[in-house]
Design a protein around this ligand. Structure first.
Ligand SMILES: [Zn+2]
Length: 483
């Protein structure tokens, strides 16, 4: 792949968490019995008329503004015509040449780099119903005996976010989508549940000679819902295209299927062109006029977004960008961290304990930040005990583990397990004197100028106290005793 560079563009579909559907009053639900949330509009009965869901427009506008898009004064719904059993109207109401929003950008992190991807457009549409394939293997159409349709999902508000082909690698594509998903969750417009299929994405891929700025013929991977499979599929498709081109062949514009078992991409069907869909303006809906004052209201009400919060963590708490990215990327963990700091402990050790012991504990226990026994107050108490020297940091890790296991306050754990650091000068002086007296040869070496022998003595004192002596104080006392 040295001579070829990938060109990747992405489309992300997000189902919005509105109470009702895009063009009718049916409830948007998950898990209810099939076909219990339908009406003449979403079942496409003759004469039924759609009405736009204002909340869906607001949510879509939030996404558009968070992606720095321009929201034109008006947008228009179009009919996208095609037949499929999950689409009773035989067209989807979508947007075409006058979408809700255009020309934005999104910055995302890949390793230590910040990359900017241009956003071509954000538009509104409705989701299709759900086909259920029965009698076959694991709900797949292949080998099934019959299929039935659940129209509950039909008409759910769907947002499509389309990028320019700015994504430089399969790994960057994965990062882009994960961070874009985090942004949408942050906006409070969709939980973006992977299990519920609330988000899905398509990828367009082509390769071109490295350094060139022409665009090659692209293939498309559609309807993916796993970050890992998307990355794998792109990693498989790019060398395939390079090989075809190097052998003097041509890339066909087609939709591909990725099989995670074989790791191969295979053609599914030739790609439709826009004209295949016979787009025309939806005659049952007037164009939407976007009141600029209302758009500004939506903008003003946007929450703090991850990128801004990460910047703030760097300046406000003096964290490295790396640490700020870990703590600031998602609101629940960011809020937990800020609550720890609000207890009056230093920001830096609070960050280390939150990213270290606390995150590991969440992962091990399968908990979300802010849930479980370890509250910000309890973690802050532990951080304070280490900071004031009452316990060593290694004892701190033990206190953390026992706090989780025994559901006990950090102070109690220190008491019951005798983990407190010995900072009692008189007691340590006595011990130091004994260790020096017991090791006359080493004492002689030290006095003869061999400074590193001090480490030996510190080790002896730590051993005698089972690691609980305050190491700084021990060093001081030893220097005095050996002088
Ligand atoms: Zn309905």
């Amino acid at each position: 792949m040295t001579a070829w560079e990938p060109v990747i563009g992405l489309e992300m579909h997000v189902e919005l968490d509105t109470e009702t559907k895009m063009f009718c009053g049916c409830a948007v639900t998950k898990g209810d019995p099939p076909n219990t949330h339908t009406c003449p509009v979403c079942l496409a009965h003759p004469g039924a008329l759609p009405v736009v869901n204002q909340r869906a427009v607001e949510y879509a506008t939030r996404i558009a503004l968070a992606l720095h898009c321009t929201v034109p004064a008006r947008n228009v719904f179009h009919r996208k015509n095609y037949f499929y059993p999950d689409l009773p109207k035989a067209y989807q109401i979508s947007q075409y040449d006058e979408p809700l929003a255009v020309d934005g950008w999104f910055e995302y992190r890949v390793g230590d780099e910040t990359l900017r991807c241009r956003i071509d457009r954000v538009h509104m549409e409705e989701d299709a119903a759900k086909l259920v394939h029965a009698g076959g293997e694991a709900g797949r159409i292949a080998g099934s005996e019959y299929s039935v349709v659940d129209f509950n999902r039909g008409g759910t508000p769907l947002i499509e976010i389309v990028t320019e082909p700015d994504i430089p690698s399969p790994a960057a594509a994965r990062e882009f989508l994960q961070q874009l998903r985090a942004l949408v969750i942050e906006l409070g417009v969709s939980a973006c549940s992977m299990e519920e299929g609330q988000i899905r994405w398509d990828a367009n891929i082509s390769v071109r000679p490295a350094g060139s700025d022409e665009l090659g013929t692209r293939t498309e991977l559609k309807n993916m819902n796993s970050f890992r499979f998307l990355q794998q599929a792109l990693e498989a498709e790019l060398p395939r295209q390079a090989e075809v081109l190097e052998a003097g062949g041509r890339i066909e514009q087609e939709t591909l299927h990725f099989d995670p078992d074989t790791g191969l991409t295979t053609p599914l069907r030739s790609k439709e062109e826009a004209h295949d869909y016979r787009y025309f303006p939806e005659p049952d809906l007037v164009p939407l006029e976007m009141d600029p004052a209302w758009v500004e209201e939506v903008r003003a009400a946007l929450p703090e977004l991850p990128a801004a919060r990460i910047e703030r963590f760097v300046t406000q708490y003096g964290l490295s960008r790396q640490d700020a990215s870990v703590l600031g990327a998602q609101r629940p963990l960011a809020e937990f961290y800020e609550q720890v700091v609000a207890q009056g402990v230093d920001a830096k050790p609070a960050a280390n304990w939150t990213m270290g012991e606390y995150l590991a504990h969440l992962n091990a226990a399968g908990l979300e930040p802010g849930h479980g026994f370890v509250t910000p107050e309890r973690l802050a108490k532990l951080v304070a005990l280490v900071a004031e020297g009452s316990i060593s940091s290694s004892a701190g890790r033990e206190v953390f583990a026992r706090m989780v296991e025994d559901r006990a306050e950090p102070g109690e754990v220190v008491e019951t397990h005798g983990l407190g650091q010995i900072s009692d000068e008189a007691a340590l002086e006595e011990l130091v004197a004994r260790v020096v007296a017991d090791n006359p040869a080493q004492a002689e070496q030290y006095r003869g100028g061999k400074q590193q022998v001090l480490g030996f003595f510190v080790g002896q004192v730590m051993k005698a106290t089972e690691g609980r002596a305050n190491p700084k104080l021990v060093s001081e006392l030893l220097r005095k005793a050996l002088a």
